[in-house]
Design a protein around this ligand. Structure first.
Ligand code: 5AD
Ligand code: SF4
Length: 457
């Protein structure tokens, strides 16, 4: 049973940030980006002012961390060493760490010894406790750890803050129950907790009123939306109801192939405001590896799914995630990933070398493959990624695409950038405002983007 917590601040907490500044750095995925927006909203509400320059003196620094791979964690540890010194020389007053790294008790234990002047650890389920944590740190001079493991909190009354007006991230669910054998997410983000459809739709309607043009529905695996609510209301149903709000653009992240249904594709085909873009991580083209990953998906079913989607949705962009060097992956198995890539001709892929994560089943396998071999495989795969990205992008030359404008080039005031309706980066010449949706005629393509000029109709 999901319990709803109510975000509250006391009168004392209300003044904690008066005349004080904060700096926050975010690592990792869009779930973390959205969490950072909420953290900022809380800090602004209790009087802090944000500064964006890490080299200035600042009262409070928060690192919102990612633990998905070891190299993501290493970046955090490097910065923590710097913060430790900055605190010793009084360039910062307080610093704390939150997000997925802070959710791991064994890491907190280590950090408390190594970086003894760290002020707080706040787990992924504890953002609601931030005012109380700061009260303890700032008024009572205590070191605080709040990492309630699976506090099934779904807070609905967060203070409001968005990095941009024209685009917004909307959480539809938290956590994951799938336990892919390599993945740390279920351990650090907890089990699935879906928001109710009413709360999600209210948030979307409020965003529309404030001029938002594009929303991303967020979840670790959005296809599992609602299974905990047991209301017979699926992600496809939610997507359709969100489309009916008439917000100009909707996309979602992330989906997994085993429960990506044809109904989702049918809803995408029916509504023009659902962006023709599917990010569908397959991870490997070899079924034995997929089984070992606990991702029991038949490659032929994946191919059939993409074929169906491409038939139903014109100009569909398809991207994926791939892991090379899963423990004991053979060359033959790796070649199956290459074969699948060539067969699907993905628009893009996020590719990673397998990284052992604490407590996951895969981390217990004795791996005989050398890192050098894995690196070579990654290079080979990335070559294909580039080849098919360019091949796909070339198809758009002379086409007119609609672009939601994100910003202006720093070096040339005549060049703007944004994303097409099917999630291609487009750089174009011509005048525009952030948040406009403009028509751009594509004149050339680069490896991972399209180039063009704005046209009037
Ligand atoms: N090692 C390498 N890549 C990983 N990913 C998740 N866990 C690991 C890991 N242990 C990748 C997967 C996932 C993406 C978000 O990160 O490809 O889809
Ligand atoms: Fe990790 Fe698998 Fe859950 Fe995705 S579906 S978050 S890869 S366990």
């Amino acid at each position: 049973m999901v319990s709803n917590y109510c975000f509250k601040i006391t009168n004392k907490q209300q003044r904690l940030g008066k005349d004080k500044t904060f700096f926050i750095r975010t690592y990792g995925c869009q779930a973390n980006e959205r969490d950072s927006e909420i953290i900022k909203a809380i800090l602004l509400k209790i009087g802090f002012k944000e500064i964006k320059d890490f080299n200035k003196n600042v009262d409070l620094v928060i690192l919102n961390t990612c633990a998905i791979r070891q190299n993501a964690e290493n970046k955090v540890f490097g910065l923590l060493e710097q913060l430790k010194k900055k605190k010793e020389t009084r360039k910062i007053k307080y610093f704390g760490i939150c997000g997925c790294v802070a959710q791991q008790p064994q890491i907190i234990k280590r950090l408390k010894v190594k970086i003894s002047n760290i002020d707080f650890f706040m787990g992924t389920n504890n953002i609601i406790d931030l005012p109380h944590i700061l009260e303890m740190v700032m008024l009572k001079d205590k070191q605080v750890s709040r990492i309630d493991k699976m506090k099934s909190a779904l807070v609905e009354n967060w203070p409001n803050y968005r990095e941009t007006r024209h685009k917004a991230l909307v959480n539809i669910m938290y956590g994951c129950n799938h336990y892919c054998s390599y993945c740390i997410v279920p351990y650090v983000r907890g089990p699935i907790r879906s928001r109710t459809k009413e709360n999600i739709l209210d948030e979307v309607k409020c965003l529309i009123k404030n001029g938002c043009k594009e929303i991303t529905l967020l979840g670790q695996n959005v296809n599992s939306y609602g299974i905990d609510l047991k209301q017979n209301y699926t992600f496809a149903n939610l997507l359709e109801d969100v489309a009916k709000t008439k917000i100009p653009r909707i996309r979602y992240a992330t989906s997994n192939p085993w429960n990506f249904t044809k109904e989702i594709i049918d809803v995408m085909a029916k509504y023009k405001n659902i962006m023709p873009y599917i990010h569908l991580p397959i991870q490997s083209g070899d079924e034995t590896i997929l089984k070992l990953m606990n991702r029991t998906m038949k490659v032929k079913d994946f191919i059939a799914l993409i074929k169906y989607a491409r038939k139903k949705i014109p100009c569909l962009t398809v991207s994926t995630d791939l892991i090379v060097g899963f423990p004991n992956e053979t060359n033959k198995q790796f070649r199956k990933t290459l074969k699948l890539y060539k067969k699907i001709k993905f628009d893009n892929a996020y590719t990673f070398i397998y990284s052992a994560r604490p407590n996951t089943p895969a981390s217990k396998i004795i791996d005989k493959v050398a890192l050098k071999t894995k690196q070579k495989r990654l290079t080979k795969l990335n070559k294909l990624v580039k080849k098919y990205s360019k091949w796909n992008n070339n198809k758009y030359i002379t086409n007119v695409v609609q672009v939601l404008v994100d910003g202006q080039s720093k070096t040339n005031k005549n060049i703007f950038t944004g994303y097409s309706h099917n999630w291609k980066v487009v750089n174009f010449v011509g005048q525009a405002k952030i948040g406009d949706i403009v028509n751009v005629k594509i004149t050339s393509s680069s490896l991972f983007s399209l180039n063009g000029e704005k046209i009037s109709c």
